[in-house]
Design a protein around this ligand. Sequence first.
Ligand SMILES: NC(=O)c1ccc[n+]([C@@H]2O[C@H](COP(=O)([O-])OP(=O)(O)OC[C@H]3O[C@@H](n4cnc5c(N)ncnc54)[C@H](O)[C@@H]3O)[C@@H](O)[C@H]2O)c1
Ligand SMILES: CC(C)[C@H](C(=O)O)[C@@H](O)C(=O)O
Ligand SMILES: [Mg+2]
Length: 359
Amino acid sequence: MSEVKKIAVISGDGIGPEVVAEAEKVLKRTEELFGYSFETEHALFGGIAIDQLGTPLPQNTLDICKKADAVLLGAVGGPKWDNNPSDLRPETGLLGIRKELGLFSNLRPAVVFDCLKDASTLKPEVLEGTDLMVVRELTGGIYFGEKFRRQSPNGEEAVDTCSYNVMEVERIVRQAFEIAQKRRKKLASVDKANVLETSRLWREVVNRVAADYPDVELEHVLVDNCAMQLLRRPSSFDVIVTENMFGDILSDEAAMLTGSIGMLSSASMGEGSYGLFEPVHGSAPDIAGQGIANPIATILSLALMFRLTFNYADAADSIEAAVSEVLNAGHRTSDIAVDKSKAISTSQMGDLILAAMKK
Ligand SMILES: NC(=O)c1ccc[n+]([C@@H]2O[C@H](COP(=O)([O-])OP(=O)(O)OC[C@H]3O[C@@H](n4cnc5c(N)ncnc54)[C@H](O)[C@@H]3O)[C@@H](O)[C@H]2O)c1
Ligand SMILES: CC(C)[C@H](C(=O)O)[C@@H](O)C(=O)O
Ligand SMILES: [Mg+2]
């Protein structure tokens, strides 16, 4: 019997509980198939925590996450809570959990499944071979800078500040080079160095660190150009490393190469193997409660957890192969279905993936 691994499970709001339930079924199936042992502990976070406990990130939730080996998260937020500025302060909610757990590196792979090329609006020949990874800095930049309001001669003024120091840039850039070394050895560093001082520092650090990774081909791409090139030549990218807000935007754009944001998994990591694993998408209030959300992003996030935190490559491979098999067989949730009348539900998709998992 293998050592029991502890996983903190945060379902969250909206479609969060619907997609996490499917990932938990896959977790159970992994135990049966591979003999691994997991102990899960559920915790409240997000809107549901505000409603029940008056705060989005209760101390008890942080304690449960810190005691665990990894965290599985659905999604949080929704119109009911989004307009309360106190819930959006960096020290609370999603930004708070990322900072508290030291998760400065957000890995967002975007892989185009051949059989899903028809779900994207791009031409199949443009998508051919697309397999990229966005490495997004997650605990710095404008998200965490000082924010305030003040009076100006032209009325009320709002200020957000963006700062990065050398240590913050260097640690994420080194991770990105190391990831690139294990992939196709190409790194695109994305910044806005023609305008922003933080980007000029970013570029200086990237150029210095690059000397330690001579086998990795480096290109610098300005963020506006990158947004365009992602649609023009997506398959030419391997690893993209960028600061917090650019990474947020570019990864949602990359989602549409795959056909749907319901396909995009993510891992938020620090220096070690501890991580928080969640789909890139949010709580999707427009489809919550209907049982139609795509659970694949969350299930693939669990596969990332097996790979990066537990080193259970056999289980991760099994999940990824099962997802491919089910998609190749033509099964689709409505977000990736061309013929929506044939779309299957969230739990039907989860069940098919379970059934396709092999040892
Ligand atoms: N990590 C997170 O928890 C996270 C991430 C992004 C947004 N949010 C929050 O989620 C709320 C809604 O944000 P939003 O609407 O801008 O983004 P969203 O990602 O929730 O939804 C955007 C669109 O994608 C669709 N979609 C998302 N996930 C899907 C899935 N699994 N299957 C099928 N369709 C899917 C939605 O129906 C919607 O049309 C906001 O409160 C936002 O702050 C949370
Ligand atoms: C909800 C929001 C704070 C979050 C972010 O901007 O980081 C989300 O968009 C994401 O991509 O995880
Ligand atoms: Mg986002």
